[in-house]
Design a protein around this ligand. Structure first.
Ligand code: MLT
Length: 246
C-alpha cells in the first residue's frame, strides 16, 4: 500500500481523504448525525436550486460568515444542535467543497481530527493500493491545521496497516516509491503526536484566528479535538453519506 499526502489536488485513482479541519470536513462529519445525505455544492446559487429540488436544509459560508438567508452556516456546532426534520443537506463552502469536487479517485472519504481513527480504519478497509490524504488549505494556501489533522489520520493508517501486515518496510521500492508511507506523509505523522501543541497551534492558525474573530471560537475548539466521533463520510455520485464499516 502507498500512503501519500498532497495539497488541494490528489493523484490517487484509488482512495482519497479530503481534510479541511476548519471547518468543512468537521461540519460534514457532524452533519451526518442529523442528515441522511449531504450535497456539497460550490456556488451558493446552485446550492439554493438543489436545496429546493431535494427539499433540503441549506448551509454554507463565504469568508467564514453564514450566507444571508441560509438556514445554517458551515458550522459543526450548529450541525450538532440542528433539530429540523429534513433528511438532506446542501452545503457550500469556499475550500473544502472545491477540493472535493476535483477528486478523481474511485473512493473519497471525509476526514479530520474529530474522526481520524475511524476514517483511517475505513480507508484501510476500502483501499486497494494507494491512500492519499488531500489537504484543503486556506484560500489556496497551506493550512497547518490540515497538515496536523492529516498527520493524525496517517498515524492511524500506519497502525492499521501494520496490524494487517500490509506495510512491510522491506517491501518499499525506494526508486518507484510505489509502496509505503511517503516522507511528506511521515512528516505529518511526526508533527501530529503532541496533542496539546497540535490543539494550540490549530487554534492560533490563520483560519482559527479568523473564525474566533467572527465569533466561531466554539467551532474551532470542537474541530481540534481528536477522535471524538466514529462518523466517516463517503462521497459518491455528488453526495456524501455515512460509511458503514464491514
Ligand atoms: C472552507 O471550506 O472554505 C472552510 O471550511 C471555511 C470555513 O471556515 O467555514
Amino acid at each position: 500500500m502507498k500512503v501519500s499526502l498532497s495539497f488541494e489536488k490528489g493523484s490517487s485513482k484509488d482512495l482519497s481523504i479530503m481534510v479541511d479541519a476548519l471547518r468543512a470536513s468537521s461540519t460534514i462529519i457532524f452533519a451526518l448525525e442529523k442528515f441522511k445525505e449531504i450535497y456539497p455544492v460550490y456556488t451558493p446559487e446552485e446550492a439554493i436550486e438543489i436545496a429546493k429540488e431535494k427539499d433540503a436544509a441549506l448551509a454554507g459560508e463565504r469568508t467564514g460568515r453564514t450566507i444571508e438567508e441560509f438556514e445554517l452556516g458551515n458550522s459543526p456546532r450548529e450541525m450538532k444542535e440542528y433539530d429540523g426534520k429534513k433528511d438532506s443537506l446542501v452545503l457550500t463552502t469556499t475550500n473544502g467543497v472545491r477540493v472535493l469536487e476535483n477528486m478523481e479517485s474511485d473512493i473519497v472519504l471525509i476526514g479530520s481530527f474529530v474522526n481520524a481513527k475511524a476514517c483511517a480504519k475505513a480507508a484501510c478497509e476500502l483501499a486497494k493500493e494507494h491512500i492519499e490524504i488531500v489537504m484543503g488549505g486556506f484560500n489556496r494556501t497551506f493550512a497547518i491545521e490540515d497538515f496536523l489533522a492529516a498527520g493524525e489520520i496517517i498515524y492511524w493508517i500506519q497502525e492499521e496497516l501494520e496490524n494487517q501486515k500490509k506495510l512491510d518496510i522491506d517491501d518499499i521500492d525506494y526508486y518507484k516509491e510505489e509502496t509505503g508511507i511517503t516522507e511528506h506523509a511521515n512528516s505529518a505523522i511526526l508533527a501530529s503526536r503532541d496533542k496539546e501543541k497540535v490543539e494550540k497551534v490549530s487554534i492560533k492558525s490563520k483560519s482559527g484566528r479568523r473564525l474566533a474573530y467572527l465569533g466561531y471560537e466554539d467551532d474551532v475548539l470542537l474541530c481540534v479535538k481528536s477522535n471524538i466521533t466514529e462518523n466517516v463520510g463517503i462521497y459518491k455520485d455528488g453526495k456524501i453519506t455515512l460509511y458503514k464499516s464491514n
